[in-house]
Design a protein around this ligand. Structure first.
Ligand code: SF4
Ligand code: SF4
Length: 320
């Protein structure tokens, strides 16, 4: 860890801070979700994380037609015409004024500008639990590395307080982004989703080459590393994919373990709230299938951890 002082006034866009997280690294952790992602995974668990700016999520089935949002919006984004509610995303700037006035939960703003100071004030609330459990703070997303300057200052500020810091990333960006953060990081959790380039293009929107190259660069630095794969039924739940990923990472000396995370359909309900098209219907691998895939991976990696298929209660997931 490098001894430098954080610029605590720098601001970034955060879409959730989840306390008491037990699946984003060692011990009890707080996971901070940063907005913005350079992949376009068809199964995305957090579609509200993809765009870098704040976005309004609209659940019209919860609307009672009170009209408070229409009065609150200064940009002409909300309408109530003869009892019919309409939202104009084209003019919306994501300020959240309407959501603040809506008491039914029909409007939610995803993403807000926060300073380093504000984020740190949140994460230190559970400092005592981190110390007792060997936990700390994990920065996830989206992909947090896509806000590299803000993330660097967050990492430095947490490091100044002696907090263990991890980042959860998928690696689709220029290597220099991640390289500039590593002096301030204790652990990287790296998502490897698909090896086959054609499959990757089809389901993620790019062939995955840059992510794999960055993973190799990262492994060469010796930074402690956990590799994670979201196991998507009908996409990568095969001997070829999981065995191939395990073979690729098996020689990394800095690898702590390999995690298999089962797909769940949590993101589907959020798509229409963002005016995004429905995704392909995928299946969730069951516990037996995950154990079988884990056994295949253990031919190359000594420690493989398959997670049980569960649905998180707060609606946001890392490693997706
Ligand atoms: S404030 Fe909420 S409940 Fe009222 S009209 Fe707007 S969306 Fe509907
Ligand atoms: S988020 Fe702001 S700009 Fe968008 S509809 Fe609501 S009040 Fe209007």
């Amino acid at each position: 860890m490098t001894a430098v002082t954080a610029d605590t006034h720098l601001r970034g866009i955060i879409f959730n801070i989840q306390r008491n997280s037990s699946s984003d690294g060692p011990g009890v952790r707080t996971t901070v979700f940063l907005k913005g992602c350079s992949n376009r995974c068809d199964w995305c668990h957090n579609p509200e994380s993809i765009r870098p700016k704040p976005q309004l999520q609209v659940y019209l089935d919860r609307c009672i037609g009170c009209g408070r949002c229409v009065v609150a919006c200064e940009h002409g984004g909300q309408h109530l015409d003869d009892g019919v509610r309409r939202f104009d995303r084209e003019v919306c700037v994501g300020c959240g004024q309407c959501a603040a006035e809506c008491f039914t939960g029909a409007l939610e703003i995803s993403g807000r500008s926060m300073s380093v100071d504000q984020v740190v004030a949140e994460v230190v609330k559970d400092e005592v639990y981190y110390r007792h459990s060997g936990g700390g703070v994990t920065f996830s997303g989206g992909d947090p590395v896509l806000q590299p300057d803000f993330l660097r200052e967050l990492l430095i500020a947490c490091g100044e307080r002696g907090l263990h810091v991890a980042i959860d990333t998928a690696g689709n960006y220029p290597w220099k982004f991640l390289a500039s953060l590593l002096p301030h990081v204790d652990l990287v959790m790296y998502d490897v989703k698909i090896l086959d380039q054609e499959l990757s293009r089809r389901y993620i929107g790019n062939d995955g080459t840059r992510s794999l190259q960055n993973l190799d660069h990262l492994a060469a630095t010796g930074c402690p590393l956990i590799v994670r794969t979201p196991v998507i039924g009908g996409v990568n739940d095969t001997r070829e994919e999981i065995g191939g990923i395990a073979r690729h990472i098996g020689a990394f000396e800095s690898l702590l373990y390999y995690e298999l995370l089962p797909y769940h359909p949590l993101g589907d309900a959020k798509l229409s709230s963002l005016d995004l098209p429905a995704s392909t219907q995928f299946t969730t691998p069951d516990a037996d299938q995950l154990q079988t895939l884990a056994a295949i991976a253990r031919h190359h990696v000594s420690e493989v951890r398959p997670h049980a298929p569960t649905v998180p209660t707060n609606g946001r997931v890392s490693g997706s």
